[in-house]
Design a protein around this ligand. Structure first.
Ligand SMILES: Nc1ncnc2c1ncn2[C@@H]1O[C@H](COP(=O)(O)OP(=O)(O)OP(=O)(O)O)[C@@H](O)[C@H]1O
Length: 456
């Protein structure tokens, strides 16, 4: 198979080899045996190359692949184009689905809305198909542009780290295995396979910031600030971010307590003695966990909140009330924000030390699939699905999950929810739980608690 030979090629415009791609996938990791993977295919050269590489990779590990194309419906010909992409995909013997963005389109912020709709549709289609890995074809040049874009907006370390190779979006892992490969090599990969692609006309449209930056990047590249250097910035910022996140996790592990009722208390002296960046991150993380994790918390607002706490004042932010109480700072959810918890199944909690246990009511037996998602197991993001039934449920869940999570840090929001079978409360239709959070699941059915709390 041309272009999918193992080994590297010194030519910067050479096709990406199967070996190189496999290494990129291995670096992402966290795949179950014979994984089911979805790929977003716009029909452009990057995503066609990703499709080709993934097809080979999936076949080599006994996995399966589903290609998804979003028809944004923004141009008269978009429906026909999506069908043409579908025909090209099916010629490669890969199943394909077209997802339509229905409804009225906004006049302002169209690109951002279209992007949000695309991500929603792609993640929704994965959930419907029971697929937990979604691959997108962002490449090294996209990463360089992202760094420039964020720099132009005054981002700090987190923003300069660029796009992450893998991150959770609800229960789906969005991965970007091509971040290390330049666009030219992806086009070469298509050529090597005789695959055709279409150019997105909006790529050169200077009304859009990305297109303007692309032009700027050419100028900066001539001054030496090329894609490689920009990606180097992203890598170094990513490392710095990991170190800060680790220090934050350590602070929370020693100074914070997550209570089964859903609030957090944190030792004020430990919080205020920590370096400011770590204290701010720790507080922000508490807000995200208690408030539901749906929105990023603004830096300046967290700074004000921390300064207020240091002066003994209560404050509210991100759906949480934060106040000094009985020698601790207490972070609890504002009552009105309860309905905004988007990503957590009731009872599911993020824990600093990465260990948790599950309490399942033995009074409500029934076959249930438990899915746990996080930076778990195998030191990577991991997903575990098990079928448990009847009376064995509590013991089986308790045995399985701690071993999966033990000793690892949860980077995202884990969720424990019934995904199929008969939900103990009978309220979540089979397979739709991931699509329609918050899940109307009785708290009694699943409670995830820290074993540091000594509840189980
Ligand atoms: N219409 C589409 N249908 C399916 N997948 C798509 C579509 N458009 C983009 N994608 C996927 O997303 C990847 C990135 O696309 P693109 O660079 O256009 O997005 P972006 O808007 O710049 O990035 P982001 O989605 O992170 O904002 C593509 O390579 C492809 O994998």
């Amino acid at each position: 198979m041309p272009g999918l030979m193992a080994g590297t090629d010194p030519d910067p415009a050479s096709p990406v080899s199967a070996g190189e791609f496999e290494r990129a996938m291995t670096a992402i990791g966290g795949f179950e045996p014979a994984p089911a993977v979805a790929v977003g295919v716009s029909g452009g050269g990057d995503s066609m190359a990703l499709l080709l590489l993934l097809r080979h990779w999936a076949a080599s590990c006994g996995g399966s692949l589903l290609a998804l194309t979003v028809d944004h419906g923004l141009r008269a010909e978009s429906g026909r184009e999506a069908m043409m992409v579908g025909a090209a995909v099916r010629r490669l013997a890969v199943p394909h689905r077209i997802l339509r963005w229905e409804g009225s389109k906004p006049s302002a912020g169209l690109q951002a809305e279209a992007r949000a709709a695309r991500h929603r549709l792609l993640a929704g289609a994965c959930a419907e198909a029971g697929i937990l890995h979604l691959a997108l074809a962002h490449n090294r040049d996209d990463q360089a542009e992202t760094v420039l874009l964020r720099l132009s907006r005054g981002s700090g370390i987190d923003g300069l780290a660029g796009m992450a190779p893998v991150r959770a979006e609800g229960l789906v892992r969005v991965m970007r295995p091509l971040l290390g490969f330049p666009h030219d090599r992806l086009l070469a990969t298509c050529r090597a396979h005789g695959a055709s692609w279409v150019e997105d006309p909006s790529n050169g449209d200077r009304r859009f910031a990305r297109a303007r930056l692309r032009a700027a990047r050419e100028l900066l590249g001539a001054e030496g600030l090329d894609a490689e250097r920009l990606c180097g910035v992203a890598r170094r910022a990513g490392r710095a971010r990991s170190a800060l996140e680790q220090a934050t996790a350590d602070l929370l592990a020693s100074a914070a307590t997550l209570h089964p009722e859903g609030w957090i208390t944190i030792d004020p002296s430990a919080l205020l003695a920590a370096p400011e960046e770590i204290a701010l991150r720790g507080l922000a993380r508490c807000l995200v966990v208690v408030g539901g994790g749906a929105r990023p918390v603004r830096d300046d607002a967290v700074e004000r909140l921390l300064a207020g706490l240091a002066a003994g004042q209560a404050g509210t932010l991100a759906g949480c009330v934060v106040r000094p109480r009985r020698g601790a700072f207490m972070i609890a959810r504002e009552p009105a924000a309860a309905a905004e918890r988007l990503h957590l199944a009731p009872g599911a909690r993020e824990l600093w030390d990465g260990r948790f246990d599950v309490r399942v009511s033995p009074l409500r037996p029934g076959p249930v699939t438990v899915a746990a998602l996080g930076s778990a197991g195998w030191r990577e993001w991991g997903v575990e699905r098990r079928q448990f039934a009847g009376r064995d449920l509590p013991a089986a869940v308790r045995e399985t999950l701690p071993s999966l999570w033990s000793g690892t840090e949860l980077l995202g929001v884990p969720a424990i929810l019934p995904m199929s079978g008969s939900n103990p409360d009978g309220q979540v239709p089979a397979d739709s739980a991931m699509l329609a959070p918050p899940f109307p699941l009785g708290r009694q059915a699943f409670t995830v608690v820290s074993d540091r709390d000594g509840i189980i």
